[in-house]
Design a binder for this molecule. Structure first.
Ligand SMILES: Nc1nc2c(ncn2[C@@H]2O[C@H](COP(=O)(O)OP(=O)(O)OP(=O)(O)O)[C@@H](O)[C@H]2O)c(=O)[nH]1
Ligand SMILES: [Mg+2]
Length: 360
């Protein structure tokens, strides 16, 4: 499936129904008085985080969405039927912004979380409400409130526990294949991976998710290579694995400095994330492994783990180190995911049954 992580749509909540202007007409009830009921409420536009969707692909093609309007009130004080809510199912990790003001409306981090984005209009009052002692036959009823229309920008930021960060062709996809069931494509040329791959790692009692982020090159934060499109997928990962190659044009230390510079240019907070520095393709180093790892560790002033996804050298040690970062797995096998950034103080109503999206 095509991975689309950004879309702009126009959503509209339903208008409230017309209040009814009606008088009671029955045999033997002369001057029965007003009995026009209220209009129904217009449907809301609601977002729900649905783990079955992984991409914003649908919203890339269909751009207009509307909830239905409330029905008009009727005689005998009958209130009109409410309009149907429009439910937008989005992958967990989607942030929803007002496309004009750039205000963050909802941050859909947890599976099943819902957020009301646009309220439907209230139904108008029927004439039954307008009777007074001196005006016993009011001809007046209210129209419903109009619905609201708003352009919404949906931005998906992956929710993974660990991000694999490295230059192109260093072996990130090979590593995610070695530690998870992901079948990310591996090939001996840069920019093989064009969209992030997700994998679930099970290590002893721990379960955590890993994202293979497309390769970063110098200037990525200003648009070079695949640009900053994928830097945002690192934002919410709890830990980073920097994967460095011993056989690249840039030395491992230079590559790490460059990667950190690009991350910092996107968001300096990314440098504070727990991280592990890995020297990949370690099988190519032969007997030199220990010397090279120690030399690099000394140069960087931090620990370095040598790994080779091809021979599985150092993989178990890397997984042990990563597993230490995370809480024991919940009984159902899912890690308790807590967002790095706090969700907005929006009150989420209970999960509503998903209704079919209506295209207009
Ligand atoms: N010898 C050796 N080769 C490796 C190892 N890991 C990856 N490679 C090779 O390096 C090349 C690139 O591997 P990928 O896993 O596609 O690298 P990547 O970092 O995902 O590359 P991009 O998606 O282009 O950023 C492939 O030819 C792999 O076979 C390793 O541990 N040892
Ligand atoms: Mg790759």
């Amino acid at each position: 499936m095509q991975f689309i992580d950004e879309a702009t749509i126009i959503a509209k909540s339903g208008a409230g129904g017309l209040g009814s202007r009606h008088f009671r007409r029955e045999k033997h009830v002369p001057r029965g008085g007003p009995d026009g009921g209220d209009g129904g409420r217009g449907g809301d536009v609601v977002a729900i985080a649905d783990g079955r969707s992984r991409s914003l692909l649908d919203y890339h093609f269909d751009r207009h969405y509307a909830a239905t309007d409330g029905h008009g009130g009727q005689g005998q004080k009958k209130t009109g039927k409410d309009g149907e809510d429009l439910v937008l199912a989005v992958p967990p990790g989607t942030q929803i912004y007002d496309a004009v003001s750039a205000e963050l409306l909802a941050d859909m981090v947890a599976e099943g979380q819902t957020a009301v984005l646009l309220r439907g209009g209230n139904g108008g009052w029927g004439n039954v409400h307008f009777a007074t002692a001196t005006r016993q036959a009011p001809e007046h009823a209210n129209p419903g409130q109009p619905g609201q229309e708003r352009p919404l920008r949906l931005v998906l930021k992956l929710l993974a526990d660990v991000a694999l960060v490295g230059m192109p062709n260093v072996g990130k996809s090979s590593l995610i294949r070695a530690i998870s069931a992901s079948r990310a494509v591996v090939a001996d040329y840069p920019f093989t991976t064009l969209v992030p791959n997700l994998g679930v790692v099970r290590h002893h009692s721990k379960v955590f998710t890993v994202a293979d982020i497309p390769g970063l090159i110098a200037g990525a934060s200003e648009g070079a290579g695949l640009g900053l499109r994928f830097l945002r997928h690192i934002e919410r990962c709890k830990a980073l694995v920097f994967l460095l190659s011993p056989v690249d044009a840039l030395s491992p230390a230079e590559a790490l400095a460059m990667l950190r510079q690009e991350l910092a240019a996107h968001d300096t907070a990314l440098l504070q994330r727990p991280h592990i520095v890995c020297l990949g393709k370690a099988d190519l180093l032969g007997d030199q492994i220990q010397d090279q790892v120690q030399a690099l560790a000394r140069e960087l002033g931090e620990a370095v783990v040598a790994v080779s996804p091809v021979t599985r050298l150092g993989i178990a040690g890397l997984l042990d180190a990563l597993a230490q970062q995370f809480e024991p797995a919940a009984p159902d096998g899912d890690t308790a995911w807590s967002p790095v950034t706090q969700p907005l103080p929006i009150s989420y109503p209970p999960v509503v049954a998903q209704k079919k999206r209506r295209r207009i």
